[in-house]
Design a protein around this ligand. Structure first.
Ligand SMILES: O=C(O)c1ccccc1NCC(=O)[C@H](O)[C@H](O)COP(=O)(O)O
Length: 223
């Protein structure tokens, strides 16, 4: 593995997107879930992406892959955002069949989030072996959380030793610039390990990304 890929999730403004991409982020996530403090409309995401593309062209940095996060979204919601995106990331009850269908219908790759608290949860990923391009192992939301992700909660990453699939996977949940090095160290010998994802661990307040924390996270991840 040449080094873990890094996904910065919950981007809401062009400055954050540009700073993160300039610092080497490989994926940027846009949350299309209305109840999230990180919610953006497709129109707002489009503006951000236009500015990002212009900066990438002017400065010569690589364009990150563009990921839309959805929770049991309908066709209309997906179709409004799809032209902007390289990936759909599903956090709801999307079945393997639905993931495959939507990936083909909209011409995007699919990331399926698998919530983990115990060893048994890791095996849920095997259902998506053919249907998803990437598995995102994330912490199960705490009781009462209003959203399935972005809760700043970790799970025991050593549980991922039970993953036997070949679909590449990303580790998420409660990662920070301080602990991501440890998470990467524990996974980097695994062939399917693709990278790490963060949202609240690089924020100064819910939905407000902190540029210094984003940079520190990317640098700690990539070593
Ligand atoms: O981040 C959100 O607000 C969100 C809302 C609805 C569904 C998923 C959401 N986030 C998913 C992510 O990919 C997060 O980056 C991941 O759960 C890790 O979050 P955090 O523990 O805050 O780093």
């Amino acid at each position: 593995m040449s080094g873990p890929l890094v996904k910065i999730c919950g981007v809401k403004d062009a400055a954050t997107a540009i700073d993160a991409a300039r610092a080497g982020a490989d994926f940027l996530g846009f949350v299309f879930f209305r109840k999230s403090p990180r919610f953006v409309t497709p129109e707002a995401a489009e503006e951000i992406i236009l500015d990002l593309k212009q900066a990438a062209f002017d400065e010569g940095f690589a364009m990150p892959r563009l990921v839309g996060l959805f929770v049991d979204a309908g066709e209309k919601e997906l179709s409004e955002a799809a032209p902007l995106l390289t990936h759909f990331q599903f956090h709801g009850h999307e079945s393997p069949e639905r993931c495959s269908e939507l990936g083909l219908e909209f011409g995007v790759e699919v990331i399926k989030a698998i919530p983990v608290t115990g060893k048994g949860d890791v095996s849920d990923a095997s259902d998506y072996e053919e249907a998803a391009d990437i598995i995102l192992f994330d912490a199960k939301p705490p009781p009462g959380a209003g959203q399935p992700g972005g809760n700043g909660v970790s799970f025991d990453w050593t549980l991922l030793s039970a993953y036997e699939g070949e679909t590449p996977y990303i580790v998420a949940g409660g990662l920070t610039p301080e602990n991501v090095g440890e998470a990467v160290k524990g996974q980097k010998s695994r062939e399917a390990f693709l990278g790490v994802d963060v949202s609240s661990g690089v924020e100064s307040a819910p939905g407000k990304k902190d540029d210094a924390l984003v940079k520190a996270f990317i640098s700690a991840s990539k070593g």
